[in-house]
Ligand binder design. Sequence first.
Ligand SMILES: Cc1ncc(COP(=O)(O)O)c(C=O)c1O
Length: 386
Amino acid sequence: MNFDALIDRRNTDCIKWDGLKEAYGRDDILPLWIADMDFVSSPKIIEAMIGRANHGVFGYPLASAKIFEPFIEWNKRRNNLNIDQEWILTCPGVVTAFTLGIHAYTKEGDKVMIQTPVYPPFHSSVKNNNRIMIENELIEKEGYYTIDFEDFEKKIRENNIKLFILCNPHNPVGRVWRKEELEKMAEICLKYDVKIFSDEIHSDLILKGYKFNSILSLDEKYKKIIIAATAPSKTFNIAGLTSSMVLIPDEDMREVYSKVSQSLSIGLLNIFGLTAIEAAYKHGEEWLEEVMSYIEDNFDYMISFIKENMPNVKCRKPEATYLGWLDFRKIFTKQDELDDFLINRAKVALNSGITFGKKGEGFVRINLGCPRTILEEALKRIKNAL
Ligand SMILES: Cc1ncc(COP(=O)(O)O)c(C=O)c1O
């Protein structure tokens, strides 16, 4: 694969490039924001989809065992994770999946906990559905984030939390939660009868030296409080196909979730999404390895560029994802000044840190799923503007 190739995504109905004006007020800026990649997906997925398109009949799809076998096999091989076919439910997106989780396991006025700074729909999904959001803020030390377990338990105990939405790997701080960390959280949740929704959409985007642990890989005893969601969308750059999977080992939990999903008539995937799921997990591994190696190099490039040219900006290489988390607090204390600087002076579109939570103030998220030249240009613009 040639990930250096510059692909013109303008006028392709894509938010990242065509949605700049609406999101940033101008469209003459370089987009490294929303989390999709400027790369062509795996040729094997494209081939499978062309084959499907050539069939010419696009009637109601059946998400049969054949579609999910490669996904189950993939998880066994790569993550040492045994998934039972009957745990799998389908859902258009992972955001929809955790929103349904909120509906299934909580009622209006209930409290839902998240760990901030975190992906903005974690916040909005709780608030928009009239639940109360409780934050367990992560602890930051020189760009490395850990869990404040004391606060974690205190918030659960004092607030009668019903549901905890976990982000693993964590967007935007890039942590892959260790097994011991997951166990500690699960143990507290079990103690207080809190359900855990684990968003594992970034689980296949692991950087060198790290290993993904699914919440589902923990001891059997936790399975009665656990629900996880994942998708090939981030992994293979096919988010526009809106096809995700929800994994619920416990039968009763699955039934409750299914009822909510059915009551809202959500769950049927589109035929191209199903084709892509099957092809991705069957034939996409080589592409994924290549893309991760390219992303790894992008991180190394960015970190040494920043060190050399903008020593007051801090950035730590993440353990997973193609998302960097840049700390501008030494230069800008107010987020609106930082955002204004980046949009109107540097002319780059990045995700404003404050949208991830209060502790995100002074940060921005940068998307490294792009050709090196785009990254170079963005960093050069920031450096020159500074
Ligand atoms: C943690 C996390 N969850 C969910 C999503 C989006 O999932 P979907 O497009 O399947 O709704 C993203 C996208 O960036 C994400 O980072």
